[in-house]
Ligand binder design. Structure first.
Ligand code: SF4
Length: 176
């Protein structure tokens, strides 16, 4: 099955930003299995009645809310404005995405796409470093030994425990 983001029809040919890969998922998403639900253009209802459009959009939004890649899908749709001018992406209409892009400018500045790309790159590099530098055998042994000798890390004391301890202390002092 073709992936929806590969088949979107931009008004003019624009490649997606290569710094943002569309998130992968092993099972087809609802927008792949039922693409007509997600087909939406501002102001063009193609003869469809308003309630019918609203009903369809509602179904699409609900499908997106249960989608395992909704977060990555939204980011991809926001950064790739030229190719997501139409349609429902991550539960958002084109107008909602315009609003979200303005918020990103407010939060991260006019170069918010570059900022996000840098953050994603740094996150990928940290994940790769963690994969390539697992704990050495000796580090694992030390951690295991520490747990055996000292037990698990102490949990922070709760207010109820604090009160009980205080009551015992006061009782002990009076008895002394
Ligand atoms: S969040 Fe919605 S539009 Fe995005 S991949 Fe999932 S079903 Fe498709």
């Amino acid at each position: 099955m073709s992936r929806r983001h590969d088949t979107v029809q931009p008004t003019r040919h624009v490649d997606p930003d290569p710094r943002f890969g569309f998130p992968n998922h092993p099972t087809p998403t609802r927008c792949q299995t039922e693409p007509t639900l997600f087909d939406f253009t501002n102001g063009d209802r193609s003869g469809e009645t308003r309630p019918a459009t609203d009903n369809r959009l509602d179904k699409a939004r609900r499908a997106c809310s249960g989608c395992p890649i909704v977060k990555g899908c939204l980011q991809w749709a926001l950064v790739n404005k030229p190719i997501t001018r139409i349609g429902i992406w991550a539960g958002t209409t084109p107008t909602q995405r315009t609003t979200l892009r303005k918020r990103m400018v407010d939060r991260l500045g006019p170069d918010w796409i570059d900022v996000l790309a840098e953050r994603n790159k740094a996150r990928r590099e940290r994940a790769a470093a963690a994969r390539h530098n697992p704990l050495t055998v000796n580090q694992s042994r030390i951690i295991r030994l520490d747990r055996e000798v000292n037990g698990p890390m102490p949990q922070p004391i709760t207010p109820a425990q604090q009160q009980r301890n205080m009551a015992r202390l006061v009782a002990g002092l009076k008895a002394a």
